[in-house]
Design a protein around this ligand. Structure first.
Ligand code: CCH
Length: 306
């Protein structure tokens, strides 16, 4: 007979994860939420769980799922991600053998694929052990109000290069900004639940048309409203599109821009590079042995064992 759950403490096998992935697929369609999909916010959850990594101190990263606790979860940068965690809670209840850290990262790969994106390689074995002494300080995630220097400072700390920064930024094909979360408002592309290279195309296509505006809360962002689509006076206006200052820095900085141009022209290239760099992001801070088992001390002490 097939084993449906791993032995206590062992990481789940690919076969055991199939029903977990199916359960994630089944919850993506959320007619009452945002643009009708939980997908974008699940991608952001995985990114913020992993994007705290610092290669110098080997702290942060997806292992431990520390965002469940106030110290990390209460970082203003993580506002709104409680929705993503709540979407996944029934899956965790149904499959308690999967760690939160594995579930959050796995769910993002399922969401990307279901929204038409590439298959992102993913390996399990993360545990939910949090070492209080190693909780990453707040402020490690990027600030959309800044520019290219800030992006390099943040992403070089994780070990990424300029090409990888641009490829990762392509995730802004998905989802939207929420005034009550980040303070920014709006979506980057017209169909924010379909993964594509449209974000790169629009950055370039409207290069001269993106207009800087100041929101009521004082934050600045760039907006584009297509006058032809905007309708007659008095009619409901088509929602405009937006870019963050950090997004705009990808076309003003020549080294970043070279990659924006490549990805705008070649969706296959973007998909290949995104899959590789998103997989790398989700692995940050994990040490694996030759069999692929995670051997971070905390995993041996507490949680999945071989
Ligand atoms: Fe992002 N992102 N992100 N982002 N992000 C926001 C939303 C999403 C920055 C700022 C913001 C990545 C990189 C950056 C997603 C994936 C990725 C928001 C709006 C801000 C602000 C949050 C809100 O109000 O709800 C900045 C700055 C950077 C710098 O590089 C990377 C990398 C990824 C993934 C690979 C996704 C997806 C969203 C949409 C979330 C949603 O709820 O719809």
């Amino acid at each position: 007979p097939q084993q449906s759950a791993p032995a206590p403490g062992a990481a789940p096998t690919a076969e055991q994860l199939e029903p977990v992935k199916a359960a994630v697929r089944a919850l993506l369609h959320q007619p009452e939420y945002d643009d009708g999909s939980a997908g974008p916010v699940l991608v952001r959850l995985a990114w913020h769980s992993a994007g705290t990594y610092c290669k110098e101190t080997n702290t942060g990263g997806s292992n431990g799922a520390g965002m469940r606790y106030e110290k990390e979860g209460g970082d203003p940068a993580n506002a709104g991600l409680q929705h993503a965690r709540a979407f996944l809670e029934p899956v965790k209840k149904q499959f308690p053998f999967v760690s939160y850290a594995d579930l959050w990262t796995l769910a993002a790969t399922v969401a990307v694929a279901e929204m038409g994106g590439p298959a992102v390689p993913w390996q399990g074995g993360r545990t939910d052990y949090v070492d209080d002494a190693k909780v990453p300080p707040r402020g490690r995630l990027p600030d959309g109000a800044q520019g290219a220097d800030h992006l390099r400072f943040i992403f070089y700390r994780m070990g990424f290069n300029d090409q990888e920064i641009v490829a990762l930024s392509g995730a802004h094909n998905l989802g939207r900004c929420h005034g009550d979360r980040s303070g920014f408002e709006g979506k980057w592309v017209n169909n924010p639940t379909r993964f594509s290279n449209q974000y790169f195309k629009l950055l370039l296509k409207f290069e001269k048309d993106w207009k800087k505006t100041t929101l009521a809360n004082g934050l600045q962002q760039f907006v584009y409203v297509d006058e032809d689509l905007a309708g007659e006076e008095g009619e409901e206006k088509e929602e405009g599109l937006m870019m963050l200052p950090t997004d705009m820095s990808l076309i003003s900085d020549p080294k970043f821009r070279a990659w924006v141009e490549k990805y705008a022209a070649d969706q296959d290239l973007f998909f290949r590079d995104f899959a590789a760099v998103f997989a790398k992001l989700l692995e940050l801070g994990l040490r694996r042995d030759a069999q692929g088992r995670v051997v971070n001390e905390e995993n041996v002490e507490d949680g999945y064992r071989s």
